[in-house]
Ligand binder design. Structure first.
Ligand SMILES: Nc1ncnc2c1ncn2[C@@H]1O[C@H](COP(=O)(O)OP(=O)(O)OP(=O)(O)O)[C@@H](O)[C@H]1O
Ligand SMILES: [Mg+2]
Length: 263
């Protein structure tokens, strides 16, 4: 089995004296969409921040067979980890195209020359952004801003893209369209994705792999097929300690075993 693109082992994070991640072991294989589910406060945002090195942690993070645990956020981004934080973080006074070009600054030096091509690829992926390229980002709708934030992150040519709650504030139809684009991103940009989501139903439709966090721990993880019946997700959200399908849910041991599965 080839090594996963991303692997964390025993990841622990705290805010001040409060520990919020209690030893997270996850893996994201190359070329997959992994969806990170879990109730409010489970630690999804913190886990994405830990991987992009914007919160400090104990434990190990391997990306592309390199230990990135001690790296700065900037070096981690240059190594190929893109992060679209919750709330999007676009510059509202700059135009769509200026925002996209800023995203290109995080790209590895060797790729700078092809920024123009990648800008075109962003416009091909999100045609609405091409139409609005001269418009101030603050004038875009919520869904368009989400696309802009993702497009901007893609300009750095990430190998792994972390996206925090892309569906937040979007109507179901827009969410579905956005998720369709995320599949195009996986397939057209050679990018793996780790997406934190509250919308379990829709995100399961595009996921290759699912990780469920509750209370800062992995409650279940594995290929999406084992999650589609909904039981695993329901138990995880309800925090049921005695799931009806222990072979599918289980504690850390099951999760770790499932992570090791071949695709
Ligand atoms: N900056 C912070 N300082 C202190 N505590 C924090 C901070 N950010 C998050 N927390 C706490 O850490 C825990 C995990 O929060 P986190 O934002 O990672 O959860 P989440 O799964 O992303 O939740 P949501 O679904 O609401 O986005 C929560 O208990 C939260 O209150
Ligand atoms: Mg969050």
């Amino acid at each position: 089995m080839t090594a996963p693109l991303l692997e964390t082992r025993g990841l622990v994070a705290r805010y001040g004296s409060v520990q919020v991640l209690h030893g997270i072991d996850i893996a994201v294989p190359q070329g997959e969409i992994a969806v990170l589910l879990g109730p409010n406060g489970a630690g999804k945002t913190t886990l994405l921040r830990a991987i992009s090195r914007t919160v400090s942690t104990r434990g190990a993070i391997e990306f592309d067979a390199q230990d990135i645990t001690g790296r700065s956020a900037a070096r981690t981004a240059r190594a190929g980890v893109g992060h679209v934080p919750e709330g999007r973080g676009t510059f509202v006074d700059l135009t769509v195209e200026e925002n996209l070009r800023l995203g290109g600054l995080a790209r590895p030096r060797v790729r700078r020359a092809s920024a123009g091509q990648d800008l075109q690829l962003v416009y091909d992926t999100f045609p609405v952004l091409a139409e609005m390229r001269r418009r101030a980002a603050g004038l875009l709708s919520g869904g368009q801003q989400q696309m802009l934030a993702i497009g901007r992150a893609l300009m750095a040519r990430p190998r792994l893209l972390l996206i925090d709650e892309p569906s937040l504030g979007l109507a179901p139809l827009l969410t579905r369209q956005l998720f369709d684009v995320l599949v195009r991103v996986r397939d057209g940009w050679s990018t793996s994705l780790l997406i934190a989501e509250q919308n379990a139903r829709l995100s399961l439709e595009i996921a290759d792999r699912v990780i469920v966090l509750t209370g800062g721990r992995v409650a279940a993880a594995g290929p999406v097929a084992g999650f589609r019946d909904g039981d695993v997700i329901r138990h995880a959200y309800l925090g049921d300690a005695h799931p009806a399908h222990p072979e599918a849910v289980g504690g850390r041991d099951t999760a770790t075993r499932a992570i090791g599965d071949k695709k």
